[in-house]
Design a protein around this ligand. Structure first.
Ligand code: ZN
Length: 172
C-alpha cells in the first residue's frame, strides 16, 4: 500500500482529512497541511579484507530474509552518511571500518508490513580498521562470509538495490 493513502489523520489539526493529491504529496483537506514523500537514506559498505575478499552478511529478517547482503542501515538525524555506514557496521558486526570512498547511490523499493518503502541507498568502499572483536548481531544477520570476487553471485543477494550495487561494482 502507498503510505500517502495509509495516512489518515493530520498531525496538525488531528482530523481524519489527509488526502493523497499527487504521487509524492498528501494534503489535509481541513487545515491545508502537506505531507511530502521523501526517500529515507540508507548507507551500505563494501568492506574488503587484506586478501581482497568482500564482507557479506546473511539477512535474518524481512525484507529478503536469508539472502546475502552488504552491511549497513539507515542514516539517523544529525549524522553524515559516512558516520552512518561506520556506525551501522559497528553495530551489526562489532568491527571498525572507515568509509573511504563514495561509490554511487541507488534507489531501492520494497514493502515493509504492507507499506511501500523507497529508501535511497548510498554505497561506500570501506577500509577494515579493526576486526579483532568481530561478533555478529543475530537480530540483524544470521551469518557472514568473506567472498572472493569470483565467488560472488548476484542472484544470492536479495534486495534490488544491493543486487544492482554488486553488478555495478564487480561488472557482473
Ligand atoms: Zn489538518
Amino acid at each position: 500500500m502507498d503510505i500517502l493513502e495509509a495516512y489518515k489523520f493530520c498531525p496538525i489539526c488531528g482530523k481524519p482529512s489527509l488526502k493523497k493529491d499527487s504521487n509524492t504529496t498528501a494534503q489535509c483537506q481541513n487545515c491545508g497541511y502537506k505531507i511530502y514523500l521523501n526517500p529515507s537514506i540508507g548507507a551500505a559498505g563494501f568492506v574488503f579484507n587484506d586478501e581482497g575478499k568482500l564482507l557479506v552478511v546473511r539477512r535474518s529478517k524481512e525484507p529478503a530474509k536469508g539472502t546475502w547482503h552488504i552491511p549497513g542501515g539507515f542514516v539517523e538525524v544529525g549524522e553524515s552518511i559516512e558516520q552512518a555506514v561506520e556506525r551501522e557496521i559497528k553495530e551489526e558486526l562489532n568491527i571498525e571500518v572507515k568509509a573511504e570512498e563514495y561509490l554511487f547511490s541507488i534507489p531501492n523499493q520494497y514493502q515493509y508490513k504492507g507499506i511501500e518503502r523507497y529508501p535511497l541507498d548510498f554505497f561506500f568502499k570501506c577500509k577494515l580498521v579493526d576486526m579483532s572483536s568481530m561478533n555478529v548481531d543475530l537480530s540483524e544477520n544470521s551469518d557472514y562470509a568473506f567472498l572472493k570476487p569470483e565467488e560472488i553471485n548476484v542472484d544470492d543477494f536479495g534486495l534490488p538495490s544491493i543486487k544492482e550495487a554488486i553488478r555495478r561494482y564487480f561488472h557482473k
